[in-house]
Design a binder for this molecule. Sequence first.
Ligand SMILES: [Zn+2]
Length: 367
Amino acid sequence: MIAQPVSPELQAEALLDQTLAEIASFFPMTQADYDMLSYGQQVYGVRMTEGKGRQQITVIKGASGNHYIGSHSEQEEMEARRDRDLQFFDSWYDGLQHLSTKGKQPERVAQVVTQRWPKRAKRSKKLRVLSPNSVARQQYIQFSPGALFIVELNGKLVKLPIEALYPWEYYSRTLPPVLAEQTLEWDFRKEVAECIRRMILGVSALFPITAEDQALIDLANAQIRIKFVDHFWQLASAFVTESGKYRVGFPRDDMEEQPVGIQHDTKTGRANADAEVGAIRKARRLYPGDPMKTVVTVHHATKNHTHEDGELIRIVTSCALCRKSLLHYSPNVKNIIPLNGEGIGKVPMRVLYPLPDFPVPGLAVAA
Ligand SMILES: [Zn+2]
């Protein structure tokens, strides 16, 4: 048999798998971890017998060793499905609430596992272990960097720090002292960061920046300059579709039709209108059925928020919510990102949202 050359996309997936396995090897599963899983299953069982119905259960271990339960019910999910505007708080969020309200001061998260009812088809009694959703990734990395999540990696239960599930943030937040003083048991922060750095550099080497990518960056830069208003949190997200349908240099009156999403907002968290979401809306409207091929997001410095390197405009990585939305809209989309001191690179969005919490189609890329 002649060996087929492996596509860069498949090589990137292999690098991601290898990196996650390497990081997981720093944190072997212990009896205490399996006890956490059983604890969640017990709570589930008790609530079922009490007639509370099926629930998604998140067990959190705090830095002090205390355990907290977060949950939401199937009924709450149904209500949220009926009215999209309802603020729905899931078990990850509920767990954070318990952790913050029980003691005198909020406690830092050390470890998390989320389980929910099995799929009907399987009929097994065992609960399913879930990867965190995008909001949980965003919230936990801000509240508790280093928190470990028990997740399934290639059919095996492993522990991964939130930094591996939401890799390559462009902007690290400082923890308030009350949380920063609560140090975690493990001390592999540097090793984990190094594994992720090696993976991002390795993957980006597989996808050289092309003239088309450069034109895309120029488009985003030009648009953010035109639309900039000080005091807002300002981003522009430009994309090119798989069929290459995008044009740079529209006449001014056609600006509405540029493949760029713009964000003017004041950092209102979940209610943000992120530039990437604007880009997805435009892609749907202008090029229906033509998924995104590449996307780049740039941030414009303001009086209140300057970039460390003093640059006016810089390329940034997207938040967890946007990574998920982009991956959902275009499973094979690539993202131009800063290599944090080593220039810029391009990586598949899949690498920036590992172990997705929703079904992503397999890679359909010819070698
Ligand atoms: Zn975002």
